[in-house]
Design a protein around this ligand. Structure first.
Ligand code: GLC
Length: 577
């Protein structure tokens, strides 16, 4: 153990020292970490050692992720293992199956209401299947990321059930309030996540004799992280899965952990400290495992999760939702300046951190993440644009936080127009741009074959199911043979990933410089010396002049670059020697 338990306690003591359970929990944390460190297998220790030599291992140019629901992609975990050759051929090196753990019965918010953190949903398979999946992936030089839903459990979870039955210790795992006044006082400062379908942040539970904090759905009970037992439980969950072979954890709803009266109770410094303490625990027992913060917030509020100002080590990855939303803004408005500004402002310094870059995921596009950078009325217009108001997009509005632009749901292919060469051209512009920006890219299932929106009458009352389709294997297999509607999408995706994998300049840690004074033209150079690649993307409606002298080659098309960059063109420019 290179790291010491003291580093964990140093982080936790300011949060917990006054808590009566702290002395006992401190010992329990020590025992859990030591046991996990001892139990780590030689194979996983070898991976840890490799990664110690490459602390941003997830940022290598060939590391591209793929996020999907197991049931929708392959039915079961066994089915998923059979699809690994397909994913590998696509150019994927990291899999992110969305929650696989046992969920709340009936509606589980896509698995994000967890009823057992250590059991797999029986319809998907078993723990042994995950073990086998991780081993298969490691044999192929690939990695497995898994969700850990930190902020809340399902109402079905045994802790919640025990709390409902009156168990005092388990009531202490949640935030339960007896008095309506108290609830109202907290509520005044909070935002709402699902104002349409789950307004408010508290749910009345008669058996509890009061209200339980529920930031998301009423069946997702927020844990009380001011109780050190909660920290210990969740660290133990991370250690458990790390030793099964999980390589990275997506820390779901990270901003919500710590609550403070009179504040919006998101992104508090105590929350960053908790993430750092989870990291410190893993550093002892499973140092090669990375943490990915899911903080869908304004960029300034996301940064502390990966580059804390006090020098502590927290998560290694965070969703760059600002850049994601900005790319869609650029596509809608023809002005890419917002993308350039965000990239310029968010160059990461630490050797072990990277952005997770993406275009779509299982959630909505939250425009309010750009508040302060894009005027509110412009965000409103962009939100409308992607629901078809005068534009090519065929998305839908998703519930808006009060006073903010409505979010957008829809599959990527539907947002870029679905049909025809224009849609494919927009996909090319977005994807080739995203792949050239600093970070580890993550694709979302179905986008690689241009799957459109999916209307599922059986889906829960949550518009995000519009973009959670079953994988269309007929289309995918046809595409593989060069046939059907998905062929051009798949060929393009595969090609871009394959070219990217050969370019050291696209390592997440390679140098980044944003040029570009012309509004429509995004110009970002990556790498240094002879390895330099310059992204040139014309989001605007008018042709632009290629901004550099001399002879240049486009790495995507492998041909010389002409002086005029037509609208919609994207180039990965390398200087001819
Ligand atoms: C995360 C998930 C989202 C879920 C929420 C509540 O934001 O990505 O799908 O609804 O957490 O767990």
């Amino acid at each position: 153990m290179t790291e010491t338990l003291q580093s964990v306690f140093d982080l936790l003591e300011p949060l917990y020292q006054g808590h009566p359970a702290w002395p006992v929990e401190r010992d329990r944390i020590a025992a859990a970490v030591s046991a996990a460190a001892e139990a780590r297998s030689p194979t996983l220790r070898a991976l840890d050692a490799d990664r110690a030599a490459h602390p941003a291992w997830f940022g290598a140019p060939e590391m591209v992720g793929y996020s999907f629901y197991v049931d929708r992609f392959a039915g079961t975990l066994a089915g998923l293992r059979q699809r690994l050759p397909w994913l590998e051929a696509l150019g994927i090196r990291l899999l992110h199956p969305l929650p696989m753990t046992l969920g709340q019965s009936e509606h589980s918010d896509g698995g994000f209401a967890v009823a057992d953190y250590r059991a797999i949903e029986p319809a998907l398979g078993s723990l042994d299947d995950v073990r086998a999946l991780a081993a298969d992936l490691h044999d192929r030089g690939m990695a497995l990321a898994m969700d850990c839903v930190l902020n809340h459990t399902a109402r079905d979870h045994p802790w919640a059930q025990a709390a409902l039955a009156g168990d005092r210790e388990m009531r202490g795992y949640y935030r339960i309030f007896d008095a309506a006044d108290d609830v109202a006082a907290w509520e005044r400062d909070l935002d709402e996540v699902f104002p349409d379908t789950a307004p408010g942040n508290f749910t009345h539970e008669p058996a509890l004799g009061g209200w339980v904090w529920t930031s998301f759905y009423p069946f997702q009970w927020d844990l009380d992280w001011s109780n050190p037992a909660v920290f210990r439980e969740m660290l133990d969950v991370l250690l458990f899965w790390s030793n099964i072979g999980v390589d990275a954890f997506r820390l779901d709803s990270a901003p919500y952990l710590w609550k403070r009266r009179g504040s919006v109770s998101r992104n508090l410094p105590e929350t960053h400290r908790l993430v750092a303490a989870l990291r410190a625990g893993l550093d002892i027992a499973a140092p090669g495992v990375a943490l990915l913060a899911e903080a869908i917030e304004r960029t300034a509020d996301v940064l502390p999760y990966i580059e804390p100002q006090d020098g502590t080590r927290a998560a290694q990855l965070a969703y760059h939702n600002g850049v994601m939303a900005a790319l869609w803004v650029a596509l809608a408005t023809g002005d890419a300046a917002i993308v350039g500004d965000l990239v310029r402002d968010t160059v990461l310094i630490r050797p072990d951190t990277a952005w997770l870059t993406y275009l779509r995921c299982h959630d909505d596009i939250i425009w309010s993440a750009l508040n302060g950078r894009v005027p509110a009325d412009a965000l409103d217009r962009i939100s409308d644009f992607y629901t078809g108001a005068g534009g090519f997009g065929d998305g839908r509005r998703f519930q808006a936080r009060p006073g903010a632009a409505a979010s957008t749901v829809g599959m990527l292919a539907s947002l870029v127009g679905t049909e025809g060469p224009e849609a494919l051209g927009r996909y090319r512009l977005l994807l080739a741009t995203m792949l050239a920006l600093p970070g580890m890219p993550m694709l979302y299932m179905g986008d690689e074959i241009g799957l459109p929106n999916h209307v599922d009458p059986a889906a829960p009352d949550d518009a995000r199911w519009l973009h959670r389709p079953p994988m269309d294997w007929l289309r995918a297999d046809g595409a593989e043979e060069g046939e059907g509607a998905g062929a051009a999408w798949l060929a393009l995706t595969k090609w871009l990933l394959a070219v990217r994998a050969t370019l050291p300049a696209f390592d997440a840690k390679a140098a980044t410089k944003v040029h570009g004074e012309v509004p429509g033209l995004l110009v970002v150079s990556r790498g240094s010396g002879g390895d330099t690649v310059v992204l040139i993307a014309n989001f605007g409606a008018v042709p632009q002049v290629f901004p550099f002298e001399g002879r240049w080659q486009d790495a995507i098309e492998d041909r010389p670059i002409e002086r005029v960059v037509a609208p919609g063109t994207v180039l990965w420019a390398t200087r001819c020697v």
